[in-house]
Design a protein around this ligand. Structure first.
Ligand code: IMP
Ligand code: MG
Length: 194
């Protein structure tokens, strides 16, 4: 049994389905940004890394890739930020004023952190700001958050998932599929062994 298998309840999106969809998104983005030469993909760390790298290879317009890490204080739980007091842990290194920015996220749940990050980026006066997320859990959206998602890979139910960039206690981001976490196995692994 491989180490991740005990935590895997079911595979929600298999590798082939994921890759096909990422390719479609890349083609769509290529069409939409046709003729633009100052596109910047903004990868939201850490979860967005795997998706960003794959997506980038399907985008056939010249673009830069930059990285941003943000965290919220008073985190409500594993799945959600539950707070709007956002700190930038790692800022962008590129200039963004006047350029076309495309945020690349792994998953949007409450959307709290992201909505603050988007406001911060808008304040830097980019030429445009769009949002691409691999996964969207609309049922998890905080009531006061109103985020417009421009590109969505998959809309999924409010389940805790891992793989393809998404972590389970910081591990298993490398899995090539999206799996649903077996919460009972996770709880067992956290409780002291007897
Ligand atoms: P939000 O601020 O509630 O939208 O949470 C977004 C962040 O929480 C994502 O960028 C993920 O890092 C993390 N997250 C939300 N749902 C999941 C999940 O099901 N598995 C792993 N990470 C998640
Ligand atoms: Mg995350």
């Amino acid at each position: 049994m491989l180490p991740y298998e005990r935590f895997l309840q079911e595979i929600l999106i298999d590798e082939k389905t994921l890759q096909n969809r990422v390719a479609e998104l890349g083609q769509q983005i290529t069409q939409d940004y046709d003729g633009i030469d100052d596109l910047v993909l903004i990868c939201i760390l850490k979860g967005g890394v795997v998706f960003t790298v794959d997506l980038s290879r399907y985008i056939n317009v010249p673009h830069e890739v930059d990285f941003l890490a943000a965290s919220s204080y008073g985190k409500g739980g594993r799945e959600s930020s539950g707070a709007v007091d956002v700190r930038i842990e790692k800022d962008l290194t590129s200039m963004v004023a006047g350029r076309h920015l495309l945020i690349v996220e792994d998953i949007i749940d409450s959307g709290l952190t992201l909505s603050v990050v988007m406001d911060m980026l808008k304040a830097k006066k980019p030429a445009s700001l769009k949002l691409c997320t691999l996964l969207d859990k609309p049922e998890g959206r905080a009531p006061d958050v109103n985020i417009q998602v421009d590109y969505t890979g998959f809309t999924i139910p409010k389940k805790f998932v891992f793989g393809y960039g998404l972590d389970l206690d910081e591990k298993f981001r490398n899995l090539p599929f999206i799996g649903v976490v077996n919460l009972e196995a996770l709880r067992e692994s956290h409780s002291p062994s007897t």
